[in-house]
Every structure is written in C-alpha cells, then in structure tokens.
Design a protein around this ligand. Structure first.
Ligand code: FAS
Ligand code: PHB
Length: 389
C-alpha cells in the first residue's frame, strides 16, 4: 500500500489530522492499535478552547458540537475561605466550550467515514522505517499477516505510550518531565451538575473538581494518593469525600447517583524535543502530557494538529519543504505556554504530601490574589480560554 501521510494512532490527534489532510486532497492512512469501540469508549477531556472548536468546524465536524455543547463564560475556584468566579468574558472576551472528548471522537469517526477514510484498527506491532531518508515506510501486523505502507510523511499521533516518540533515537531527543505525587479519581454520573460552571477546589484534604458533560451528565474528580485503587472507593465514599472538599452551599444541594465510569489517572508534565525526526512528526500526547488541571491536553493536541496540517499542506501542495523545519519550534512555543499554566494550576490547587501548613496558607494567598486582582484574573483567563495559535 502507498499513501502520502501515514498516521499512527486513531485518537483525536490522528483522526483530526486525517480529516483536515483529506479535505485538502492529501491521502492518509490511519493505523490504530485498538478496536473502534475501545477508542470510542474512552472517557477523557471535557473542555474545548475556541481554537479547538474552530478547527473542528474547519474539519467539517462541528455540527453536533454546535448544537449540543455548552458555552461557559467563567469558572469558579474555592478554598476553605469561600468561592469566587473568574469571568473569562469580562477579562479577555473569551469563553470555553463544554463538550466531551468522547463526543469529539464520535464526530471525527463519522466525518472520516463520510470521506471514505482508511482507518485500520487492531493494527499491531507498528514500526517506523527509514524516517531519515526520503522514502519512509511503516509496517504493522493484522490478522496474522505483516503489512507495509510506503509514504512521504509519518505523523506520530499514538499517545504517551505509543511507539512514535521512541522511534526518535534516544541521543537525539530530550525529555522534560515532572511526575506529581498524586492522582485524580474521576467519576461520571447521570446526575445534574453541581453548579452551572466548573468548580476547582483547593482544600486541605486535597483537590476536587466539579465538571459536567451536559445538563444530565456530571463529571467529578478528587485528588487521591497514587497508592489508591478504584476498588477502594465505593460510590458513597467518593460522594462523601467530594462533598467535604466543595463549598457547603454546593455540597448540601448537589445530586449524587451511581457512577457509570470510575477511574484513577496519574498526573505528569512531560515534553519531548524536538517534535520532528526526518519525515516523522509528533503530535498530541505522543509529544507532551499535561496534568488535566488546566484542561489543556486535548486542546494542545488540537493546536499541534493545526500546525502540522499547515506544515504538510505547504510541503505537499506548495512544494514548500522549508515549512517542515518550522513545525517543531512553532508547536513547542505554545506547548510550553500551556505546560506552564497546567503546572501552575496544579501547584496552587493540590495538597502535596510534603506540604506544610505554611504552604497551604501560601496557596490560599495565591488564590486570594486571583480573587481580588484583575491582572491575575486576566492572566488566568487568557491561559484557560487558550493562548493564541
Ligand atoms: P490519545 O492517547 O487520545 O490517542 C492515541 C491513540 O493511539 C490511541 O487510540 C491509542 O490506542 C493509539 N496507539 C497507541 N499506541 C499505538 C501503536 N503503537 N500503534 C497504533 N496505535 C497506537 N485532557 C484534558 O484536556 N482534560 C481531561 O480531563 C483529560 N483527562 C484525561 C484522562 C485520562 C485517563 C487520560 C489518559 C488523558 C486525559 N486527558 C485530558 C488528556 C487526553 O484528553 C489527551 O490529551 C488526548 O486524548 C490526546 O489525544 P491524542 O494525542 O490523540 O492521544
Ligand atoms: C472534565 O470535564 O473532564 C475536565 C474539565 C476541566 C479540567 C479537567 C477535566 O481541568
């Protein structure tokens, strides 16, 4: 088989890149390790920046998003001293869109099907070859047979545990990482959201987040030790702990119910440089990981896709090979900005195991400045709603 761009990974990065390239007349093949149902069953991000929404519309995937998403013009932050709101619209004239990653993936699959995209599921043992030459190729196994795809470019959209990043020689890549000493226990429940907008809570017992997917589907998180397992947390234990960490006015009136999904995710900050190796380009979680505190993971994947789409379109359709040299630097500039914000939000909202009571008071002072200083709110709102592409 031959194609112009071989895309490794059929998550949001891979599917969105394939959609944009195909609409520009560029051939793609997507290789996905899991089944379609498995990919569609993932519960992950919930908040989209305007840039990501606009890109989905450009890709022809924005209709359902436009009909079913919820616009949020601000969010709430709470400490033991009370809760306050940051008004994104008033501070930076922007808002965010609440629409689950699960729905984004559904929409991308539907759009790719409509274009007759070649998405090969259950593609195992994918390997990348001759990346430094002018004729890269990809091999994979399926149904007991080994297959080869010759291509012009390879997009590594295979997430943090994929093989693309590992295909850059270890002495040619630099990895930056911070692993956080806690995780997020997340619950999805068919209940009305606890509030109209998100609530990020700093509490001495630990972080909590009240989010949502729609008026009858809520998403909640509490910080837990990395040693915890989902089995240790009954629904009742989760609701009790969540209520301890949210403002009483919210906790006393919130609706609880059975969890329809419950999982623990570790938190890390991670970036690899460069994002290009010969004909290979890394995109999304294959290139970086952010703690979800800043709601940046999926949104960074979208901006990477934007930059790589522009790069490959110029190189393939306009014979502008110089564009290939710009992708990594352009993407990394925005990546590091979002990395900083996600680290900052995580640092001021979580209880760190080695944290002293002094540290807790400093966090509360930082949040107090965010509550009372317009300049602090402008900076937070600019980052949360999305740095410029
Ligand atoms: P993905 O990991 O989504 O997709 C990579 C795809 O590549 C997968 O389908 C995988 O099966 C496939 N793959 C892997 N190895 C392969 C191989 N060798 N061959 C072929 N295919 C291969 N972000 C937020 O903004 N907010 C959140 O609340 C949030 N919560 C998260 C919770 C969890 C548990 C996780 C893991 C992530 C969360 N994220 C969140 C981040 C998440 O949304 C990612 O940023 C987003 O999925 C990135 O999309 P991709 O880059 O496509 O990577
Ligand atoms: C979510 O709704 O899953 C969500 C929202 C905001 C975050 C993280 C997760 O910062």
């Amino acid at each position: 088989m031959r194609t112009q761009v071989a895309i490794i990974g059929g998550g949001p990065s891979g599917l969105l890149l394939s959609q944009l390239l195909m609409r520009a007349g560029i051939e793609t093949v997507v290789l996905e390790r899991q089944t379609r149902d498995y990919v569609l069953g993932r519960i992950r991000a919930g908040v989209l920046e305007r840039g990501a929404v606009e890109l989905l519309h450009r890709a022809g995937c924005g209709d359902r998003l436009g009909d079913e998403s919820i616009a949020h013009e601000g969010c709430n932050l709470s400490t033991v001293n009370g809760m306050f709101r940051v008004d994104f619209q008033a501070r930076v004239g922007e808002s965010v869109t609440v629409y689950g990653q699960t729905e984004v993936t559904h929409d991308l699959y539907a759009a790719q099907d409509a274009l007759g995209a070649t998405i090969i599921h259950e593609a195992h043992n994918v390997a990348l070859h001759d990346l430094e030459g002018g004729a890269p190729w990809v091999s994979y196994e399926k149904d007991g047979q080994t297959h080869r795809i010759d291509c012009d470019f390879v997009a590594g959209c295979d997430g943090f545990h994929g093989i693309s990043r590992q295909s850059i020689p270890g002495d040619k890549r630099t990895e930056y990482e911070r692993v956080y000493p806690f995780g997020w226990l997340g619950v999805l429940s068919r209940t009305a959201p606890a509030a109209d907008e998100l609530i990020y809570a700093n509490h001495p017992r630990g972080f909590a987040l009240a989010s949502m997917r729609n008026p009858t589907l809520s998403r909640y998180y509490i910080q837990v030790p990395l040693s915890d397992t989902v089995e240790q947390w009954s629904d009742q234990a989760f609701w009790d702990e969540l209520r301890r960490r949210l403002p009483a006015s919210v906790a006393d009136s919130m609706q609880t119910g059975p969890s329809i999904e419950k999982s623990i995710a570790p938190l890390r900050s991670f970036v690899v440089e460069p994002l290009r190796w010969g004909r290979l380009f890394l995109v999304g979680d294959a290139a970086h990981i952010v703690p979800p505190t800043g709601a940046k993971g999926l949104n960074l994947a979208a901006s990477d896709v934007h930059y790589l789409f522009e790069t490959l379109r110029a190189a393939i359709l306009d014979a502008d090979a110089a564009a290939l040299d710009q992708y990594s630097t352009r993407a990394l500039t925005r990546i590091w900005g979002a990395m900083r914000f996600s680290w900052w939000m995580t640092s001021i909202l979580h209880r760190f195991p080695d944290q002293s009571d002094f540290d807790q008071k400093i966090q509360e002072a930082e949040l107090r400045q965010l509550e009372t200083m317009e300049s602090a709110q402008v900076t937070m709102a600019r980052n949360y709603t999305g740095l410029p592409y």
